[in-house]
Design a binder for this molecule. Structure first.
Ligand code: HEM
Length: 242
């Protein structure tokens, strides 16, 4: 089986399409590599075993040059959603730490108003992101990852999405129970999620605060896993989101 076929099979197995461009000694790199390969036959002939290689040169045993452009990376919109969410969360946690304690007499202005505004933008962004994700395919987990780690990664991702919705909605309900006006993007008035003075809305404020720290712990795990992939396993997991 030729390298092209092996690669096409890899891609098919992953449910992805792969674009393979072929040419003979297409560039200086390839010619130099072929010369080196003759001197040192131990040099790998093909990167076809790495289905996430992006723009990788592949050499088949007869010296044919192939350049692959893999679709196994996140698309531009997926990357924008991801990094925008990360940025808003960074701002939101910083605001949560520096804003004054919320008491019975607190007015929703200053840093607290910013916390409500950024939080509502996160809700909007997560809803758009989930809608987009349900209508577009995402690249599969790397097949080189052991199954338990793949399951753990998927579980973490879905818990992150769930908390990214549940945490701000609880904060919104708490704000409503304080009879605060909640606006979307500073312009669109949002409905109250609980009646003013409601004990449930009040209790949801505590849940909001506590679950937000659980969310932060999960984000910490998520970041640690990405760095582990990049620096220890040295695979493409982080790079395909950059
Ligand atoms: C993902 C988005 C959000 C995160 C990560 C977040 C995070 C936090 C954190 C960590 C606290 C606790 C601060 C402390 O311990 O002193 C807090 C408090 C609070 N947040 Fe949020 N928040 C988010 C969205 C929202 C939204 C959308 C609203 C309202 C529209 C909101 C309203 C509040 C209120 C009213 C409190 C005070 C709760 C109380 O002490 O009873 N938050 N938030």
């Amino acid at each position: 089986m030729g390298v092209e076929e092996i690669f096409a099979n890899d891609a098919r197995r992953e449910g992805q399409s792969a674009i393979v461009e072929q040419g003979r000694f297409g560039d200086v790199f390839t010619a130099a590599y072929v010369a080196l390969q003759k001197l040192s036959p131990k040099l790998p002939l093909s990167d076809a075993s790495d289905p996430c290689a992006v723009g990788t040169n592949i050499l088949s045993p007869d010296g044919t040059h192939m350049k692959i452009r893999s679709t196994l990376t996140y698309s531009a919109p997926a990357r924008v959603f991801h990094w925008l969410t990360a940025l808003l969360l960074l701002v939101q946690f910083a605001l949560a730490v520096v804003m004054p304690d919320v008491t019975r007499d607190t007015k929703p202005d200053g840093l607290i108003a910013w916390h409500l505004g950024v939080g509502m933008s996160i809700v909007l962004l997560v809803i758009i992101r989930l809608f987009w994700r349900s209508t577009h395919s995402v690249p599969p987990e790397l097949p080189t990852l052991p199954k338990p780690l793949r399951v753990l990664a998927a579980l973490t991702h879905w818990c992150l999405y769930a908390l990214l919705l549940v945490v701000p909605i609880m904060g919104w309900a708490n704000a409503s129970s304080r009879a605060w006006d909640v606006m979307l993007l500073g312009a669109v008035p949002m409905p109250a999620l609980s009646p003013a003075g409601s004990p449930i809305g009040h209790a949801l404020g505590d849940w909001h605060g506590n679950l937000a720290w659980v969310l932060l712990a999960l984000i910490g795990m998520h970041v640690a896993a990405a760095l582990y992939h990049h620096f220890v396993l040295r695979d493409q997991t982080l790079r395909r989101m950059l």
